[in-house]
Design a protein around this ligand. Structure first.
Ligand SMILES: C[S@@+](CC[C@H](N)C(=O)[O-])C[C@H]1O[C@@H](n2cnc3c(N)ncnc32)[C@H](O)[C@@H]1O
Length: 291
C-alpha cells in the first residue's frame, strides 16, 4: 500500500502532499471530497460523517490514478466525468467543451428574456455537452428546444445530459456550413436562437493553458485567423430567416470581436442590440432582436 493507513483522513495526507504546489489547500480539499464522494456514491454529509471509513485497495488505487492524471494537466471535470452547470449535473467527456461559468450568465439572460413568452421555441446551436439547451429546457416550462452540433459524440453526450436532467429536447447532428443545415426547419418559427460557437483564433493558441490545449476538443475552440467571426456570420444570416419577428439571438463572444459582430447584426436588420459583461467586467455576451 502507498499509504500507511487506509482511512479517508490518511489518504488525504497523501493527496495533499502530491498536489501541493499545483493547487491551493481549498482546491485540494474540494478535489479530494469530490473523488471520494464519486467513488463511494456518498453525499457531502456522508463524507463529513465518515472520516474514519476504511477504503478498499481498489478505492486507494482509483484515487491515486486520478491524482496522477491531474498532475498531467488533465482537467478535473474529465477525470470526474461530470460537472455542475446552472445548478444541474452534467456529464463531461473529451468529446465536448467543459461547461464554463461565464456561459451560465448567458443562460440566465435567455431565461429572463424568455420569461414573458409562452412555450418558447428555442435552438441551441453548437451545443457541445448540451449545457445551454438542457438548462433552458429544465428552467423554462413548456419550452420546445432543439440542440445541434457537428460532432456526433457531442450530440450523444448532449442526449445523455438531457436524459440525466429529465428533459425532452431534440438533438440533431448538423454542420452549420452545410447546404443541408436547417433543412426542414420552419421559417419565422423560433422565439430564440442561442449559441456559444468556436471563436478563438489560432494565433491565440500559444497563450492558452496546457489543460485546455491538451484535452479539450480543438474543433470546439478554434477558428481561422482570417475570419474569426465566421460562425457568427453564418448563424446571423440563418437566424434572420428562422427567427420570428422580434425573436431574440444570443451569443457568447470573444471580447475582441464584439464590434464586428454588432456591425454584422445591424447590417442584417437586428435591433435592440446589447453587449453584456461577465462577472469579471469583460464583454462576453451579446443579444439582438430580429426586426
Ligand atoms: C465553444 S463549443 C460550445 C459548447 C457548448 N455550447 C458550451 O457552451 O459549452 C463549440 C461547439 O461547436 C461545435 N462545432 C464546431 N464546428 C461546427 C460546425 N461547423 N457546425 C456545428 N457545430 C460546430 C463543436 O463541436 C463544439 O461542440
Amino acid at each position: 500500500m502507498f499509504v500507511q493507513q487506509n482511512t479517508i483522513q490518511a489518504l488525504f495526507i497523501y493527496v495533499k502532499a502530491k498536489l501541493e504546489g499545483c493547487f491551493s489547500e481549498f482546491e485540494i480539499r474540494n478535489i479530494y471530497k469530490s473523488l471520494i464522494c464519486k467513488r463511494l456514491r456518498w453525499s457531502d454529509t456522508d463524507y463529513l460523517l465518515n472520516q474514519e471509513h476504511r477504503l478498499s485497495e481498489s478505492d486507494l488505487l482509483f484515487v491515486r490514478s486520478c491524482i496522477n492524471r491531474l498532475l498531467k494537466n488533465e482537467p478535473f471535470q474529465y477525470i470526474l466525468g461530470e460537472t455542475e452547470f446552472f445548478g444541474l449535473n452534467f456529464l463531461c467527456t473529451p468529446s465536448a467543451l467543459i461547461p464554463r461559468p461565464e456561459t451560465e450568465e448567458l443562460v440566465a439572460d435567455v431565461i429572463k428574456t424568455m420569461a414573458h413568452v409562452e412555450s418558447p421555441k428555442i435552438a441551441d446551436l453548437c451545443t457541445g455537452s448540451g449545457c445551454i439547451g438542457v438548462s433552458l429546457a429544465k428552467k423554462i416550462s413548456g419550452a420546445k428546444i432543439v440542440l445541434t452540433d457537428i460532432s456526433e459524440e457531442a450530440i450523444q453526450l448532449a442526449e445523455s445530459n438531457a436524459k440525466l436532467n429529465e428533459v425532452n429536447v431534440e438533438c440533431l447532428i448538423e454542420d452549420l456550413f452545410s447546404s443541408s443545415a436547417f433543412k426542414g426547419w420552419e421559417i419565422n418559427s423560433f422565439d430564440c436562437w442561442v449559441s456559444n460557437p468556436p471563436y478563438i483564433p489560432f494565433t491565440e493558441k500559444s497563450e492558452m493553458e496546457k489543460n485546455v490545449l491538451g484535452y479539450e476538443p480543438h474543433i470546439a475552440l478554434f477558428v481561422e485567423d482570417a475570419n474569426p467571426i465566421v460562425f457568427y456570420q453564418e448563424i446571423i444570416t440563418h437566424a434572420k430567416l428562422y427567427l420570428k419577428r422580434n425573436g431574440w439571438l444570443f451569443f457568447e463572444i470573444h471580447p475582441n470581436f464584439s464590434a464586428e459582430i454588432v456591425s454584422y447584426l445591424k447590417n442584417h436588420g437586428f435591433v435592440n442590440i446589447e453587449l453584456m459583461k461577465d462577472l469579471q467586467g469583460r464583454i462576453r455576451m451579446l443579444k439582438g432582436q430580429n426586426a
